[in-house]
Design a protein around this ligand. Structure first.
Ligand code: NAD
Ligand code: ZN
Length: 263
């Protein structure tokens, strides 16, 4: 049965300590992260309060057909703003905490739905970018890659030297997940003994399926989210309710205490 503070049977601190004990004793921990983990870095999520979809229709702007039909419109409404926001963002306490858990030898792999590169910047070394990344673009005509930081937005849509239009290396709606990422994620999910599920609405498939694979393979699922999700109460063993930065920070401190890491 799911344990959460809402049930009134545990205080949040008790639950965090319990989760920390599980983590400290685990052999192989994986994390699945979503847009929520980057909210405290200033990057809005898609769904929910303050989400990008409160103002724009995803099918109009985040679908591959929309991009192919009118790249100028998608660049102006979605990609231009995303580039500015991501370039200014820095890893927050949640990204840093997960990097610390890797250094402590606890966390092995992160499967992220995010395209912002903040896990790698925080120091995690095994990050599966399930939906690709925004760090690179490639030319629709000659396939040449170009670093997003070097793209000049004077011309929209931006173009390659050959004149072809540049597209981000992330997965638009309507596109398939790269088979390597999908296969590795399934492998990681089936082999971990704990999966931390942080800041994801667990709605976008097939990413949301990874906690199910983990659970079916015998793993414990620890969710961190200020809201309930479709996993809560069905798949998750605990819901640590709150903002990712604060919760992961406390969780990491507790793990360090258990492992007697000098502060
Ligand atoms: P989502 O937008 O569907 O859901 C965000 C989740 O984060 C919600 O469950 C919400 O309750 C939770 N949340 C909000 N603030 C939080 C906080 N401070 N701490 C912890 N959790 C918090 O995100 P999703 O499930 O990742 O799926 C949407 C898709 O959008 C992803 O696949 C991703 O590719 C893309 N996306 C990526 C970014 C990014 O790279 N940072 C940003 C927006 C969308
Ligand atoms: Zn080109």
């Amino acid at each position: 049965m799911i344990e959460s503070v809402e049930q009134g049977n545990k205080t949040m601190n008790d639950l965090i300590i319990k989760a920390a004990k599980d983590l400290a004793g685990a052999k192989s921990v994986a994390a699945l992260t979503g847009a929520g983990i980057s909210v405290e870095s200033g990057i809005p999520p898609f769904r929910g309060k303050g989400g990008i979809w409160e103002t724009i229709d995803p099918m109009e702007y985040a679908h591959i057909n929309a991009f192919m039909e009118n790249p100028e419109k998608v660049w102006n409404v979605l990609l231009r703003g995303l580039k500015e926001i991501i370039e200014q963002a820095k890893p927050n306490d949640a990204h840093k905490g997960l990097a610390k858990l890797e250094k402590l030898g606890i966390l092995k792999t992160i499967i992220t739905q995010n395209i912002d590169g903040l896990h790698q910047r925080a120091g995690n070394t095994d990050v599966i970018e399930f939906h690709g990344n925004f760090a690179w673009h490639r030319c629709l005509d000659c396939n040449k890659r170009c670093e997003t930081l070097k793209i000049d937005l004077k011309e929209i849509p931006p173009r390659c030297e050959c004149g072809g239009i540049l597209r981000p290396e992330f997965v638009f709606f309507g596109e398939a997940i790269p088979s390597y990422s999908l296969m590795r994620s399934q492998e990681v999910a089936s082999e971990c003994d704990i999966m931390l599920v942080v800041g994801t609405s667990a709605i976008v498939q097939p990413a949301a399926f990874m906690p199910m694979i983990a659970k079916e393979s015998g793993a414990k699922i620890i969710e961190v989210n200020p809201e309930k999700t479709p996993l809560t109460g069905r798949i998750s063993d605990y819901l640590l309710m709150g903002k990712a930065g604060q919760i992961i920070n406390k969780l990491t401190t507790e793990v360090e205490k258990l492992l007697e890491v000098p502060s």
